[in-house]
Design a protein around this ligand. Structure first.
Ligand code: HEC
Ligand code: HEC
Length: 443
C-alpha cells in the first residue's frame, strides 16, 4: 500500500513528459502526407503511395537510438551526449604510488564514465528519500566541499542528524574501514546505502527504493548503459553512488600547486604568501619542536609520520589529508557526553571521545566544524588547539606535551591567523565549481 502511494506520488510529480518532440523523419513524413492529401488528382496508383507511406513510417519508428532516448528525458536531466570524463584522470606527481596504495576501489566496481553519470543522477535525486524532499546533495553541497553549513543536518522530515555532515574529497583514497565519524562503515559501497535507510536522513528501505526507482523511466537508459539491463537492484545503486563519491578527486588547490613545485611540505612554497608559509610551518610543528606530534602528524597520514627534521620518504603522502587513525582531541573533559564516537560504536571505553580525523581539504567551506558542528569558524578551531584542549582521560598521545598534559600551542594572534590562512590554501575552487559534479536535474 505504502509503496503504491509513493509511486503514484512520483508519477504525478516527476514522471517524464511523454510528448516527445518530433524527429526530423516524422516531420518529413507528415509533410509528405500533407502533399499527398492535397493532390487529389494523383497520377500514381493509390496502392503505391500507401506502400511508400508504410515504408516511411517503419523507417521513422525504428529510429530509436541512444541519443533519442537521452533527448526523451532532457526535460528531466541535462546530461552531455558523450559522458564527462571521470575515469581517465591525469593526477599530479604528488599523487604517488604510496598514496594510491590506499585506493579503495574494489575490483568489481571500477570507475567508468557512465557509472559515475548514473551515480551523479542518484546523488541529486530527491526521489531517493521517503517523501521526495531531499537527496544526498541536500546535506552534501558541491559548493560547500560536499558538506552543508549546519551543525547538524536536516533530514527528510526536518529531524536533525546525530552528527555534522562532513565534506569529502579524495574519499577513494581514504584507508578502508574509515568511513563516518565513528568509522562504522567499512567501504564506500556499504556507506552510501546507509543514509538512504537512516530514519532521520532519507527514511527509505531498499525494498521500497528499488521498485520506486524502477518506476522512474528516466533511469532506464542510465542503468541499461552501465549494467546492460534496465533492471535495478540495491547492489547497482550502491555501486553507482560509490563511483560518484569516489570520482570526486581534489588536486587543484593553491596547496597542490605549492607541493607540486617543491615536493616537500617543509620547504616554503613559492606560490604562498609569507603568512601562508608561516601557517604551514605551524601546521608542520616547526614552532613547537618539543611536541610529540602536531597537525601534520594526524591530518596527513603516513606509515612513518612526516617530521621536519627528517627527509621526506620517497613517494610519501603529502596530499590526502583524511587521517587513517581516529583521534581524541580533548573537546570534552570526560566521556559523560551524548556521543562517544568510536568507543561507543566498538564498545571499547578507551576509544571514547575518538572520532575520524576528517579531511581538511576544502575546510574553508565545510564549516561548522567537528563531529557535532560545535565550532562555527576556523578561528575557533585554531583557538581550541591553541588554548582549549581538555584533559580527557583518553586524550590522544599526539595532543599531549612532554609531561603528558594537554598541549596548548599558545599561538600569538598573528600565528593563529597564519594557521587559518594556510588551511584556506586547501580550497579547490575548480572542484567545487566543476559542472561534472553538479546537479544534473533541470528542476
Ligand atoms: C540528512 C543529511 C544527509 C543526507 C541526506 C546524506 N548524508 Fe551523507 N552524511 C551526513 C552526515 C551527518 C554524515 C556524518 C555521519 C556520521 O559520521 O555519523 C555523513 C557522512 C557521509 C559520508 C562519509 C564521509 C567520510 O569521510 O567518512 C559520505 C561518503 C556520505 N555521507 C555520502 C552520502 C550519500 C552518497 C548520500 C545519499 C545516498 C548521503 N550521504 C546522504 C548527512 C547526510
Ligand atoms: C591527535 C591527532 C590530531 C592532531 C594533532 C590535530 N588534529 Fe585536527 N582533528 C583530529 C580529529 C580526530 C578531528 C575530529 C574531532 C572531532 O570532531 O571530535 C579533528 C578535527 C579538525 C578540524 C575540523 C574538521 C571538520 O571536518 O570539522 C580541523 C580544521 C582541524 N582538526 C585542524 C587541525 C589543526 C590546524 C591542527 C594543529 C594545530 C590539528 N588539527 C591537530 C585529529 C587531530
Amino acid at each position: 500500500m505504502k509503496t503504491e502511494s509513493i509511486i503514484k506520488k512520483i508519477s504525478l510529480n516527476k514522471q517524464p513528459n511523454n510528448t516527445r518532440p518530433n524527429s526530423p523523419f516524422t516531420n518529413v513524413f507528415i509533410y509528405i502526407c500533407f502533399i499527398i492529401s492535397k493532390k487529389k488528382a494523383m497520377s500514381f496508383p493509390k496502392t503505391l503511395s500507401v506502400l511508400f507511406i508504410t515504408i516511411l513510417f517503419i523507417a521513422c519508428s525504428s529510429d530509436n537510438n541512444i541519443e533519442d532516448i537521452e533527448d526523451d528525458y532532457s526535460d528531466i536531466y541535462n546530461l552531455p551526449s558523450t559522458p564527462f570524463n571521470y575515469s581517465d584522470i591525469t593526477f599530479p606527481s604528488t599523487f604517488t604510488d604510496y598514496v594510491f596504495g590506499f585506493d579503495n576501489t574494489p575490483t568489481d566496481n571500477p570507475i567508468t564514465d557512465d557509472g559515475v553519470t548514473l551515480g551523479r543522477v542518484l546523488f541529486y535525486d530527491v526521489n531517493m528519500s521517503a517523501n521526495n524532499t531531499i537527496s544526498c546533495a541536500s546535506c552534501h553541497l558541491q559548493e560547500l566541499g560536499f558538506s552543508d553549513n549546519k551543525p547538524k543536518s536536516e533530514g527528510f522530515e526536518g529531524g536533525h542528524t546525530f552528527r555534522n555532515s562532513m565534506g569529502f574529497a579524495n574519499a577513494g583514497l581514504y584507508a578502508p574501514e574509515n568511513f563516518f565519524w565513528d568509522h562504522r562503515a567499512a567501504t564506500l559501497e556499504d556507506q552510501v546505502l546507509m543514509p538512504i535507510q537512516d530514519q532521520v536522513e532519507m527514511g527509505m528501505t531498499l525494498d521500497i527504493l528499488v521498485p520506486k526507482l524502477q518506476d522512474l523511466e528516466y533511469y532506464n537508459p542510465l542503468f541499461e548503459t552501465v549494467f546492460g539491463s534496465t533492471q535495478i537492484n540495491s547492489d547497482k545503486i550502491s555501486k553507482a553512488l560509490a563511483q560518484f563519491v569516489r570520482s570526486i578527486y581534489s588536486f587543484n588547490s593553491k596547496y597542490d600547486e605549492g607541493i607540486e613545485a617543491t615536493n616537500n611540505i617543509f620547504i616554503d612554497f613559492p606560490n604562498f604568501t609569507a603568512q601562508e608559509n608561516l601557517g604551514k610551518d605551524i601546521f608542520n610543528g616547526k614552532l613547537t619542536p618539543e611536541a610529540i606530534g602536531t597537525c601534520v602528524t594526524c591530518h596527513l597520514p603516513n606509515t612513518v609520520p612526516l617530521h621536519f627534521e627528517q627527509p621526506i620518504p620517497e613517494g610519501a603522502n603529502q596530499v590526502v589529508f583524511g587521517g587513517s587513525e581516529t583521534g581524541n582531541i580533548g573537546l570534552d573533559i570526560d566521556d559523560n557526553v551524548e556521543d562517544n564516537g568510536v568507543g561507543a560504536h566498538l564498545g571499547i571505553p578507551s576509544l571514547n571521545g575518538h572520532f575520524k580525523t576528517s579531511s581538511i581539504r576544502n575546510i574553508e567551506v565545510t564549516g561548522p566544524y567537528m563531529h557535532d558542528g560545535r565550532m562555527e569558524t576556523l578561528e575557533e578551531v585554531v583557538e581550541h588547539y591553541s588554548t582549549g584542549v581538555l584533559a580527557h582521560p583518553y586524550l590522544s598521545a599526539h595532543m599531549k606535551d612532554g609531561n603528558g598534559d594537554p598541549r596548548h600551542l599558545d599561538l600569538t594572534p598573528e600565528e593563529s591567523a597564519a594557521l587559518v590562512a594556510f588551511m584556506k590554501t586547501l580550497t579547490d575552487h575548480e572542484l567545487i565549481n566543476d559542472v561534472k559534479f553538479s546537479d544534473p536535474f533541470v528542476n
